[in-house]
Every structure is written in structure tokens, then in C-alpha cells.
Design a protein around this ligand. Structure first.
Ligand code: AMP
Length: 281
């Protein structure tokens, strides 16, 4: 496995492979890799000739009070995981190489960025859209994989790729969970043992919501009330948002539809958890 650290060396490698007619798969990450990332890497490995994983803790998608400096960076572990999964290139640029002096372009996807995560984290999605556009320009993948865990992010990237004709196929893969239902996340390691136990409440609230829909609940407010009551069972959990929305555009729903997305963010202690569940009737 090659470790490439500059955009120039990464772009040159991709250019060479493209000239040979090989297909390039790409999994962008911020590192601290877990089985959620691993599932994207495995799915990509089956579908392309050459596989690139980027590890870049992108400063522009963190707010001023967020955990940028504390974000975990276990690079030796991450490289070993990539090597074991047959990754060809680990792309590890520095912030300085990605944002050199004079950098000023920002990519925004305004409508999708308005609600939910966009409201809670004002500049987050502009940071994501800009870095993904840059990474696609450097890696020039044919295919890129993202997790449903970050549903709004995946929707934004599909929109971005269509709007800017980026020519990258996007595959969104299911959320990988711990045995008790907690969605895997690099941030779960910050949970204290008590908070870790309480953290399953978000998933349990989606299960309660799904059960209500399956039992015939028709209005979003009924289902939402049930989800909120479930989260309230854990006194340490604070709801940021919890909603039923349209899986196509993330607009809030008044009525349950054939496909309804349950979407939520909660805080437990200092840790913010997001998750979602797509419910079909
Ligand atoms: P991150 O390193 O958090 O930026 O995530 C990199 C990619 O992994 C994104 O496409 C995430 O949606 C995806 N991902 C993160 N957690 C999970 C999970 N539990 N299951 C599936 N994909 C995930």
C-alpha cells in the first residue's frame, strides 16, 4: 500500500491508472477507522481495480467550539486496517497542502444544507462540499462510497455531483451498528461507560417510531411524540432534533409516507450523536 501525502503525487498516480484504463474507487474519511468505514472499503474493493482511501481531518467542516484538535488520529491503526483490506493508496494530505495560502473557493449546496445538521452546525456542509469537490478533483475516482449514517451528507454529495457534472458514481451503504444498535462512529470513544449505555436511546427511539408506523400511525406528530418519549427515558440525553422527513429532500413531513426517514441528533454529556432510519410501509 502506498501512502501519498501531496495532492500532486495523488493526482499523478490517478492519472497513470486512468491512462491504463483502470477504474478507481474512493472512500473519503477523517480516519479513526471502524467497521463502518471498513464496510465501505470492502464494498469498494469488490467494484474497482484500484482503491484509494483518504484520511483527512478537514478543519473547514468543524465549528469554532467543536472537537477539531481533539479529534482522534490513530494513524498507525488506520493504515493497518487499510492495508489488511487491500487498499492501494492511503491519501493523507496536510491541511496546508489542501488549503494553501490564497485559497478562497467555497462550494455550497444551499437547500439541502439548510435544515437539521446544517442548522446545528452552520458552516459544516460548506466545508464538506468544498473538501469533497477538492478530493474528487485530486483522486479523480470513477466511484465513491459514503455511509447512510450521515444521510444528509450523502444527499448533499449526490446533489453536488449531479449539479456540477463531476462524473463520479455515488454509492451509499447501510449504517453499521454495534450489537446493541448504536451506530458506529469515531466519536463514540468519547462516551463514558454510563453515557455509552445511554447512547443506544437514539436507535431505540427509531425502533419505537418504526413500530408505531408499522402499527398504523398516520401523522408525523404521533410518531414524533413516541420517539421523544423514548429519548426522555434517558435523563442524560438531550434532543437537538428528532423528525420524520422525506428521504428525497429531507423536508419535514406532516403525514407518514410509503418511505419515511426518521432522523435525529442528541447530545449525551459532551458527545453529539446523529443517526437515522428509513422506514418503508
Ligand atoms: P467520517 O470518517 O466520519 O468522515 O466518515 C467517513 C465515511 O464513513 C462517511 O461516508 C460516513 O458516512 C461513513 N460512516 C461513518 N460511520 C459509519 C457507519 N457506522 N456505518 C456506515 N458508514 C459509516
Amino acid at each position: 500500500m502506498k501512502i501519498l501525502r501531496t495532492p500532486r503525487s495523488m493526482a499523478a498516480w490517478s492519472e497513470r491508472l486512468r491512462k491504463e484504463g483502470l477504474t478507481i474507487g474512493f472512500v473519503p474519511t477523517m480516519g479513526a477507522l471502524h467497521d463502518g468505514h471498513r464496510s465501505l472499503i470492502r464494498a469498494a474493493r469488490l467494484r474497482c481495480d484500484a482503491l484509494v482511501v483518504s484520511i483527512f481531518v478537514n478543519p473547514t467542516q468543524f465549528g469554532p467550539t467543536e472537537d477539531l484538535t481533539k479529534y482522534p488520529r490513530p494513524i498507525t491503526h488506520d493504515r493497518a486496517l487499510c492495508r489488511a483490506e487491500g487498499v492501494d493508496v492511503c491519501f493523507e494530505p496536510t491541511p496546508g497542502a489542501m488549503y494553501p495560502e490564497g485559497f478562497q473557493t467555497v462550494v455550497t449546496v444551499p437547500e439541502i444544507s439548510q435544515r437539521w445538521e446544517g442548522q446545528a452546525r452552520p458552516h459544516h456542509f460548506a466545508g464538506v462540499a468544498t473538501v469533497v469537490t477538492k478530493l474528487f478533483g485530486i483522486v479523480r475516482p470513477h466511484l465513491a462510497l459514503f455511509g447512510q449514517k450521515d444521510y444528509q451528507q450523502a444527499a448533499l454529495i449526490k446533489r453536488l455531483v449531479a449539479d456540477l457534472n463531476l462524473g463520479v458514481a455515488i454509492d451509499v451503504r447501510p449504517t453499521i451498528r454495534e450489537k446493541d444498535g448504536l451506530a458506529m462512529s469515531s466519536r463514540n470513544r468519547y462516551l463514558t461507560p454510563d453515557d455509552r449505555r445511554a447512547a443506544t436511546i437514539l436507535y431505540r427511539s427509531f425502533q419505537a417510531g418504526r413500530q408505531a408506523i408499522e402499527a398504523g400511525a398516520k401523522t408525523a406528530s404521533t410518531v414524533e411524540r413516541i420517539m421523544r418519549k423514548t429519548v426522555a427515558q434517558e435523563s442524560t440525553a438531550h434532543i437537538e432534533y428528532l423528525a420524520l422527513c422525506d428521504p428525497a429532500n429531507l423536508e419535514p413531513l406532516k403525514q407518514v409516507k410509503d418511505r419515511t426517514l426518521l432522523l435525529g441528533a442528541i447530545r449525551i454529556g459532551k458527545v453529539r450523536l446523529i443517526d437515522n432510519m428509513l422506514v418503508k410501509r
